[in-house]
Design a protein around this ligand. Structure first.
Ligand code: HEM
Length: 412
């Protein structure tokens, strides 16, 4: 529970702490950067990093806003001109973040990207019920009807991705097409890495085609649920605190008017940023982190042998009165008025994206996406809690509203 010690654990380079091995079940759902270790992780992180630089993310702003235009259009059709409509916004926001990943990850191959996500969702829905039962290693290789169906879906996903990668590889090789989506940037970065090692192939030594497939699938899992959780909780909290909803809208209108948000304006959104930080503090999508000691380690004056699992309670630290004051459980975005470092009584008590070498790769991506999504929603609609909303934060993979996010929406 001590932020300083948590930081110490998270900031050590590999060789000191690593992530505990994924269970066979999580491996069945996704692999890639999030669960890789050692040399493989370092290499993949180096290749993926450039795709998430701010200057590259700038190029993706139109993809973020186009996805939100779809959402606004859909709600405009559903909501009457007078009065309100009650809606569970959670699946709606999930749809938006899924759309964002499809566009930003696969750009020109957007339709195929959407198909992959449909298949991934189908696979997840199929195998998720098994999550609560005892999962036997190797079970997925048994020829049960469920496993056969899951494996068919997996083959289809890999087939589409492989086709997309090969097509894109050809286009880049011929010097055509733009590389402003995650797949293009990843292939470009992989190519540079290969060139440094004397290979003329895009997918060869550094990242195999299977590796690229796994990383593409990871964008969906790592990037979609987390950001949709953040936006959904933000809408719930702004419904509970209409004064903050008004303040945020005022700021958005002042910066963008009714125009589509641009990168320049996003950096001037002070209130919106404070609100998003406070939501990330109270309803951090990732509630805790795990690490395992690789060798004998001294942390906070205690010596731990190799193989000890460290449970780092992000959410408990975010809620602790010792670090945040007596009002720790209250929604008070003003605590972030002077930035993250001044918000808590103790330094380092806010780490929704983790810290250290394995800090979230998509942190900037998520914040840009949330700011654009929230700004555009605030420009067009106001919202309040529906009487059918039940407040029940629930941690299943991410912290989510267990019974949905029923809100009443009105056109502005
Ligand atoms: C509000 C949104 C998000 C939150 C709160 C969040 C949080 C986190 C956290 C806490 C970790 C560290 C996990 C650990 O060490 O066990 C992580 C890692 C990661 N995140 Fe995010 N994330 C968000 C959005 C995204 C997005 C949008 C993407 C990509 C499109 C992304 C990609 C990744 C990847 C690839 C890693 C693994 C990094 C590594 O191990 O080197 N995340 N995220």
């Amino acid at each position: 529970m001590e932020p300083e010690l948590v930081r110490e654990v998270l900031s050590k380079k590999f060789g000191h702490f690593e992530k505990p091995k994924s269970t066979p079940f999580t491996k069945y759902i996704f692999q890639g950067l999030l669960s890789n270790e050692g040399e493989k992780w370092a290499k993949h992180r180096r290749i993926l990093n450039p795709a998430f630089h701010l200057d590259k993310l700038k190029l993706m702003v139109p993809a973020f806003s186009s996805s939100c235009v779809e959402l606004i259009r859909r709600w405009n059709k559903m909501i009457p001109d007078e009065g309100y409509m009650e809606l569970d916004v959670r699946p709606e926001v999930q749809n938006f973040t899924q759309e964002v990943i499809s566009r930003t990850a696969f750009g020109s191959s957007y339709e195929e990207g959407r198909r992959i996500f449909q298949l991934l969702t189908e696979k997840l829905q199929l195998i998720l019920p098994a999550f609560h039962s005892v999962y036997i290693p190797g079970y997925r290789f048994l020829p049960t009807p469920l496993n056969k169906k899951a494996s068919q879906l997996e083959k289809e996903i890999a087939r589409i991705l492989r086709g997309m990668i090969e097509k894109r590889e050809k286009v880049i090789r011929m010097g055509e097409g733009s590389n402003d989506d995650l797949l293009g940037l990843l292939l470009e970065s992989n190519m540079k890495e290969n060139e440094e090692h004397g290979s003329k192939f895009f997918i060869n030594k550094e990242m195999s085609i299977e590796d690229v497939i796994e990383e593409c699938k990871l964008f969906y899992f790592a990037g979609q649920e987390t950001t949709s959780g953040l936006l959904t909780w933000t809408m719930i909290l702004l419904s509970m605190y209409p004064n903050w909803q008004d303040k945020a809208r005022e700021e958005v209108i002042q910066v963008f008017g009714k125009n589509t948000p641009d990168m320049d304006g996003l950096s001037r959104l002070k209130i919106v940023t404070m609100i998003l930080y406070e939501v990330l503090r109270l309803y951090s999508p990732v509630a805790n982190l795990l690490r395992k000691s690789c060798k004998t380690m001294e942390i906070g004056g205690i010596t731990y042998p190799a193989g000890v699992i460290f449970f780092l309670p992000v959410l408990f630290i975010h809620h602790d009165t010792e670090f945040w004051g007596e009002d720790a459980k209250e929604f008070k975005p003003e605590r972030f008025a002077e930035g993250i470092s001044k918000a808590s009584k103790v330094a380092g008590a806010f780490f929704p994206f983790s810290v250290g070498p394995r800090v979230c790769l998509g942190q900037n991506f998520a914040l840009i996406e949330a700011k654009i999504g929230l700004s555009m929603i605030l420009q067009h609609f106001c919202f309040e809690l529906s009487p059918s909303y039940i407040h029940a934060p629930h941690n299943f993979f991410i912290v989510q509203p267990q019974h949905g996010a029923q809100l009443k929406l009105r056109k502005l």
